[in-house]
Design a protein around this ligand. Structure first.
Ligand SMILES: Cc1cc2nc3c(=O)[nH]c(=O)nc-3n(C[C@H](O)[C@H](O)[C@H](O)COP(=O)(O)OP(=O)(O)OC[C@H]3O[C@@H](n4cnc5c(N)ncnc54)[C@H](O)[C@@H]3O)c2cc1C
Length: 548
């Protein structure tokens, strides 16, 4: 349906050193840490991460982790809410797996040392977020859930670090997935800022590779994602020949603090949990615009709220709306949301007395590397876990607080699959064709094109403009000097190109994909998935797979 040429590997020096493990895990968020800790049962694990262990989206997670822990709640109800949020495109078996195994995995996380807030009776305190009909969000430190989960997992890793069965390398950026003559994953090439024998570009060979590299938020000019979220895993998997699905479904969080037109990169998020506790949205003229738009008003699914925010901004000609939490009171807000209150105050707004300006910004990638229920990608030997993956649990939109849970549940499932038996190590071969790279200054052009053309609201014309800009960059911003910035920019470009291709093809509005020129959901034509794969020559092919 759509063809585009992208490189099958990145320009990089030949590996100067080699390290061997049974399982190479890439990334140290909830997905990578969980997989690495569990995969030790399968063999020797090498965990590599781009910067420091605790840099990724996981530590930024505020609201919490969803699981049917309340006796009044059930996995069936969690399933029902997840399916609604996914607007007809969730894989029901994958969701059922998530919600059924989730409660036990969260209890194990508690046993591992994660301290969730408790009720007076000593039970895990559960909050509510958008799209959930029950209180089922476990949270920690008020609004510092991700930091607590990350702390507990890193502490568990530290406790086994002397174990020869696991090795951790920080400041190790994975460049490409290495493949053998049969196209099977055989390891990764990586750049390590280290000392002695492991400095510069090397090869980490493994009998299985698990990509847990997180999101792709930096594809856009403004995002809640941290700087490491440059879509490296999706881009590397694509170059290696794995299938990428549902990339057009990007979640734009409706309440990201608006700090002016010039604000770029990671922006402060105001969690849905604040609305869950009663905060409301008002347009710049003070009107509550969510009432009457959806039965759940401010707690409607995120895509619905984001669209209503954009409409309210258009109607009033403003660049933001207001979040009003003043009536919740200083004592409550400071206790329940200490991090958010502090971030607001740092930026000149006191949510206990002021309205806070908010607007939608990129938040979550619902699509990614397509996997089965065991985290296996379409490429033998390559697994994907967490936000980088597309397990089918999110469909066209992720239900709030389901992503931490996904990393936890599927990390365990991948480890269990690896423990069933690992194939022998195979020899990597160089994939044919010229390698590619983009100059670091192309990043701003990618982000500008994506924000203008493939943001919250998309049209055929806006997407065509974005596609032209992305095409031109290949000719005009080619680079030969491999650097971290150039590798990341090439990855952003590959992800952006694939995303724009999907968004152009999907002529309907569904979940996180809003086409102004096709404003309705079209189940007759579009009830299914767009799946992209690069062929041996580097041509990107995107096909539509209709659901039965
Ligand atoms: C502000 C914010 C708030 C959120 N709140 C919630 C919430 O309340 N509940 C919820 O469920 N979800 C929430 N999310 C989403 C959730 O945090 C993420 O989806 C989840 O943490 C992803 O986990 P992960 O392990 O897949 O990726 P991450 O935690 O992003 O980890 C990715 C890891 O991969 C590494 N990496 C990336 N590229 C490379 C490379 N080339 N080589 C080596 N390493 C690499 C990174 O350095 C990092 O260690 C939030 C996200 C944000 C940004």
């Amino acid at each position: 349906m759509f063809a585009q040429h992208l490189p099958r590997r990145l320009v990089a020096p030949e590996p100067g050193w080699t390290v061997q493990a049974d399982v190479v895990v890439v990334g140290s968020g909830i997905a990578g840490l969980t997989t690495a800790l569990e995969a030790r049962k399968a063999g020797r694990v090498l965990l590599v991460t781009k910067t420091l262990l605790d840099e990724g989206s996981t530590v930024w997670a505020q609201g919490g982790i969803a699981a049917a822990l309340d006796p009044e709640d059930s996995p069936e109800q969690h399933l029902a809410d997840t399916l609604v949020a996914g607007v007809g495109l969730c894989d029901e078996t994958a969701v059922r797996t998530l919600v059924t195994e989730g409660p036990q995995r969260v209890r194990e996380l508690v046993a591992l040392g994660a301290n969730f807030e408790r009720t007076a009776e000593g039970e895990i305190a559960l909050a509510r977020e958008g799209g959930h009909h029950r209180d089922r969000i476990a949270h920690a430190g008020g609004d510092a859930t991700g930091r607590e989960i990350s702390r507990a997992l890193i502490e568990a890793l530290t406790a086994v670090r002397e174990d020869p069965g696991i090795e951790v390398v920080e400041h190790a950026l994975v460049i490409d997935v290495l493949t053998d003559a049969d196209g099977r994953a055989a390891g990764v090439s990586l750049h390590v800022i280290g000392e002695g024998q492991r400095d510069g570009v090397g090869a980490a060979l493994g009998r299985a590779v698990v990509l847990a590299t997180g999101g792709l938020g930096q594809v856009y000019a403004s995002t809640t994602n941290p700087p490491v979220s440059t879509g490296d895993g999706v881009a590397a998997a694509l170059r290696a020949g794995a299938e990428i699905a549902d990339l057009e479904f990007v979640q734009f969080h409706p309440t990201v603090m608006w700090l002016g037109r010039a604000a770029k990169g990671q922006q402060p998020l105001i969690s849905e949990a604040v609305r869950g506790e009663g905060a409301v949205l008002r347009d710049v003229e003070g009107r509550r615009f969510m009432v009457g738009r959806h039965p759940l008003a401010e707690l409607a699914p995120r895509d619905v709220v984001a669209k209503c925010v954009v409409s309210a901004m258009t109607e009033t000609g403003a660049e933001h709306v207001w979040l009003d939490a003043r009536h919740l009171g200083r004592a409550f807000l400071e206790h329940r949301f200490p991090t958010i209150v502090a971030r607001c105050r740092e930026n000149g707004f006191d949510p206990t007395t002021d309205l806070v300006p908010v607007a939608p910004a990129q938040h979550y990638a619902s699509g990614g590397i397509r996997t089965d229920l065991h985290g296996r990608s379409s490429l033998p030997g390559l697994y994907a876990c967490g936000e980088v993956s597309c397990t089918g649990v999110h469909g066209a939109n992720r239900l709030a607080s389901n992503s931490l849970l996904e990393g936890l549940v599927f990390g365990h499932r991948i480890a269990a699959d690896l423990a069933e038996g690992l194939p022998p190590q195979s020899d990597p071969v160089q994939r044919p064709g010229a390698p590619g790279l983009l100059a670091p200054d192309a990043r701003l052009f990618v982000q500008g094109a994506m924000t203008a053309g493939a943001g919250v609201v998309r049209t055929a014309a806006s997407l065509a403009t974005a596609a032209t800009c992305l095409d031109q960059l290949v000719e005009e911003r080619r680079a030969d000097a491999p650097t971290t910035e150039a590798w990341e920019t090439a990855n952003l470009h590959a992800v952006a190109t694939t995303l724009v291709g999907h968004a152009t093809l999907r002529e309907e509005t569904r979940g996180g994909h809003w086409r102004e020129d096709h404003p309705d959901r079209d189940d007759l034509r579009w009830r299914g998935h767009l799946v992209s794969v690069q062929d041996a020559d580097g041509n990107l092919h995107t096909r539509f797979e209709e659901l039965p």
